[in-house]
Design a protein around this ligand. Sequence first.
Ligand code: G1P
Ligand code: ZN
Length: 546
Amino acid sequence: MAVLEEATTPFTDQRPGTSGLRKTVAQFSQPGYLENFVQAIFDAVPELHGGTLVLGGDGRYYSDPALRTILAMASASGVGRVLVGRRGLLSTPACSAIIRRRQAVAGILLTASHNPGGPQGDFGVKLNTGNGGPAPEGVTEAVYARSRELERYRIVAEGGEVDLEREHETQIAGMPVAVIDPVADYKALMNELFDFDALRGLFASGRFSMVFDAMHAVTGPYAKALLEDELGAPPGTVINGEPRPDFGGGHPDPNPTRAVDLMARMEADDGPDFGAASDGDGDRNMIVGRRFFVSPPDSLAVLADHLDRIPGYRGRVMGVARSMPTSRAVDRVARAHGYEAFETPTGWKFFGNLLDAGRIQLCGEESFGTSSDHVREKDGLWAVLAWLSILAERRISVEAVVRDHWARFGRDFYTRHDYEGLTREQGDRVIQGLRDKLGELPGALTGPGLRVSGADEFAYTDPIDGHAIEGQGIRVTLEDGSRVVYRLSGTGTQGATLRVYLERWQGDALRHNDELQEVLGDLAQISREIAEVQAITGMVAPSLVV
Ligand code: G1P
Ligand code: ZN
């Protein structure tokens, strides 16, 4: 085997975030840049020597050359075997499932999640470990440290020729490579969890229709295989189902602003009963009914309330978890069912230990992420099948399911206001300014007349391994129990985004104003006032309201 040693420049980049290394395609195209990070992974994860690696991604621009480079480098670094998705495709949850089902030691996912793709877009390399979840901090720190000292990377000359278009077994300089069906393992897992006959019955009833918007990203083939081929939904149920390197020019983020095709259909008089969308790599989900948006925190709460009735979960739900900025709706459900409820920092990796320890079976984030203990990633299509299970059982509309939920538990009015395009310095000044006045906030009277009752900065100690982390967002509570949370986005590739999360619970919500932004109007004003948003950023209103 001819292993070449090529020169690379040690990384001087900032530390990769929780989602791995996410940069523009232009940055990734610099000579040796991708190679440096990949070599750092092979050097820092000793299990890969002789172990199985799962490789794939959301098919975005630059994936093909990157896949071939990684295959040739894996061979040179003594990786035991690589399972690569056909056409280089693997959704994030499917990759997690394959790692777990096939006892792989790691996964490398080529994705920048919901960020746009194409030559001007973003690219990313994400590392998952043997439990199927995002690499824990100890591992990412080791990769980062290695990337800063590397001066050479190893690659074999013959990596480029693998035919990724068909399933087959081959080898690269002695390293076995299997090009696998990206969908099969995932579909088998879903079949173990859900009652497919009941779901078939829903589609066969003739009184139910749905549309799934794959946003030209990775979930197209998964959704077609599951919904249309397996469950009998009519062809055309999946829209934008062909993965494209630039996601059809769109922004593959399943929220009402970005999933325009889906939202347009759901607004029509004769629109479908149920709509859903997923993001670039298939881990996020948005759930909508006809002219009715289900907020992710409400979706999580509804799922928690019904989970025990889904075959894969019957009699074994012990606990649920949500990220801190996610509304407290799911906590009320947990209390009613006698489940343990956890509040974790933002980022999927914080659910990992709780899932591994069997303490939680369901978890979610306000950012359109939901999943269970079947994988160690959030899972967009899983959430869709879980919602279908609820609809198959109850045979009422999505809106009726949610309104019934509010009638029983009260409603947590919830919204997120993003202030995008700030400089890092502006973002830091907002958070530091809040931090500096945490002590003086309690008791302060705000413009709209509500007093602040408490303020703190969220810190978390992992209940399983005792790992402690600080600085996870500023929480301000008002005297009526409402809550305002502030944090900076950790996933952007430039500048800073301030995220402000607003929520107010109303026990008799059904008798009140339904207009979300009106109900939360005073909180929005309070949030800007307390954080001096206008003075620091010059912005008088958020640039994105979710
Ligand atoms: C965002 C979401 C967070 C999610 C992450 C990865 O991170 O807020 O919940 O885990 O994307 O999908 P942020 O940009 O806010 O740091
Ligand atoms: Zn994603």
